[in-house]
Each structure stands twice: as structure tokens, then as C-alpha cells.
Design a protein around this ligand. Sequence first.
Ligand SMILES: Nc1nc2c(ncn2[C@@H]2O[C@H](COP(=O)(O)OP(=O)(O)OP(=O)(O)O)[C@@H](O)[C@H]2O)c(=O)[nH]1
Ligand SMILES: [Mg+2]
Length: 307
Amino acid sequence: MPGLFQKFKAALAKTGDKLSHELKRIVTRSPRLTGESLDELEAALLGADLGTAMTAQIVAAVKRAFESQGKSGLDVFEIASREVSQSLAAVSPGLRKNPAGLTVVSIVGVNGTGKTTTTAKLAHLLTSQKQPAVLAACDTFRAAAIDQLKLWGTRLHVPVVAGAYGADPAAVAHDAIAAALAAKAAYLLVDTAGRMHTKHNLMQELQKIHRVMGRQLAGAPHETLLVLDATTGMNALSQAREFHKSVPLTGLVVTKLDGTSKGGVIVAIQKELGIPIKFVGLGEQPDDLQPFDAQDFARALFEIRET
Ligand SMILES: Nc1nc2c(ncn2[C@@H]2O[C@H](COP(=O)(O)OP(=O)(O)OP(=O)(O)O)[C@@H](O)[C@H]2O)c(=O)[nH]1
Ligand SMILES: [Mg+2]
């Protein structure tokens, strides 16, 4: 998908510019690939939050290439891009579909990562594919959270099921499944409240929401997406590990890639957790949610840029 590559490239401007600048400096300055320049390469890759495992793999590949062919024709950008794309699951597996009917998608994560926006963007994506969606406002905790989702519903012409502020989110989820079934919707997208992965009672509340939905509809939630904010860098890893212990995650969404120079964190997350990244958020508009494609992502990350 050529369009996707351009979108990744634009969204990864900050990460890519910084990496490109540093790699060019390392490669052109040193006539030989010394131990020192390999250390600098390592620092640059770690600085983009590619993670220790991926960084070590790239540095080793560069070293091998240098030992076998020397500096002439040594293309660090090409090698890094190849190593990254080979390490990631090739193409996003997309959203799961319940063959028996309604597919319930639970959207979870810590505060402010972009859950509500992602829920809205997903509804937009699904309705544009003629898959009718219903939204469930299960963040009954944060002031204005319900209104925020309702506003998206109005803007996107998607029905929203909500309760009162302070209501039990599991009860709202229950009502929403009933409404989505009655409306013969293809998807129910459940927007949940932000919660710290370290707060035991809040994680139990999430488990309860999932339990109630599972009792009402076999297999629900069929998809549990953890929304991670790319600007938090490596912190996203511990969030993912803790959430995965409480509610089994089926996929990840990494948002705000457009606002960070640490976009490499995508690579670290997927490599270390083995949970597929299904979508990435590249901005605040409904169209800014894109399916993840490892090859396009790796190429965009290590594109040589004019800086
Ligand atoms: N630049 C950018 N901003 C984003 C993206 N996704 C979400 N945002 C912004 O991040 C802010 C928080 O988004 P929300 O969707 O409200 O986050 P949330 O996880 O629902 O927050 P809580 O419900 O409070 O936990 C908003 O200003 C969004 O517009 C993205 O991919 N790129
Ligand atoms: Mg929210």
C-alpha cells in the first residue's frame, strides 16, 4: 500500500529525522567503522526507543556487513530497515470477526493514551467498510467522558449507548450488548475508563466488565485492544505486560506516533511482547488510524531524510 508508506513517513517525521541525522553523521564522519562509531550507532538506535534486543541485532548485522565487504557500499539504513521488518509480524492481522454475529471490541489502557479517540476512529473505519458499529460509553468515571464519546457519535453518525456518570460500567456494557444485538450491528466498540496498570481494584473492575460481557454473549469481548501512547516510550512495555496479566490482550494500538521522536518503541513492543500491533494512530482526525504494516513502517523509519 504506497499510501500507507507516505503516511507513516509523515507521521514518523520526528523519529525519522533524528535517526537519519545521527546515522548519516556516524556513517560519513568515520572512514572506518570503529568500535566508537558502533557505540554511537547503538546510542542512536536506543534513543529512538528501538529497544535493546532490536538495537543489538542491528548493530551486529552492520558489523557483519562491514567485516565481509568493508565500508564501501555499506548501507546502514538498508540493513537496519531490513532487520526491523524481518523481526516484526508482516502485516496487521486486522480486527477479529465473530463468525456467530456481533463482535465485541474492548478498548483499554492507562489514562490519556487515546482510547476514546481510537474508539471513534475505529467506528469510522468500520462504518466506511459497511460494518455497522455501536459505541458503548463505559467510562462512567471521568467527568465529560460520556459527552466526549457522544460528540463523536453525533459527528460520525454512530449510535452511542451510555449510562449515568458514576454508573457501574459493567451494567452499561450489558445494556450496550443488548442494544447492539437488537440493532443487528456488526461491531460493538467499548470505550473504557483510563486506569493505571498498577491499581489492583481498577484492574478488577475491568475484569468484571469483561466477565459480564462474556456471560451475556459467547466469546465477548472477542477482541481486547490495549491503547499505548508512543510518546511514553518504554513505559508502554510495562503497561502492556500488566494489562495482559489481568485481561488477555488480543492486539495493540499505538497512538501519537506523529508527536514523538521515539517511534521505534513500536518495534520494541512487538518484539518483546509478541502481541500484534493492529493499528497505529497518526493524528487526531477520524482518518488518522491506520492498519499496521511492518515493512512500510521499517522503510519509513529508516528512510534517508534531507536534514
Ligand atoms: N497527535 C495525536 N493525538 C492523539 C492521537 N490519539 C489521541 N490523541 C489525542 O490525545 C488526547 C487524549 O485522547 P483520548 O482519546 O481522550 O484519550 P483516552 O485514553 O480516552 O483518555 P482517558 O479516557 O482520560 O483515559 C486527545 O487530545 C486526542 O486528540 C494520535 O494518534 N495522535
Ligand atoms: Mg477516554
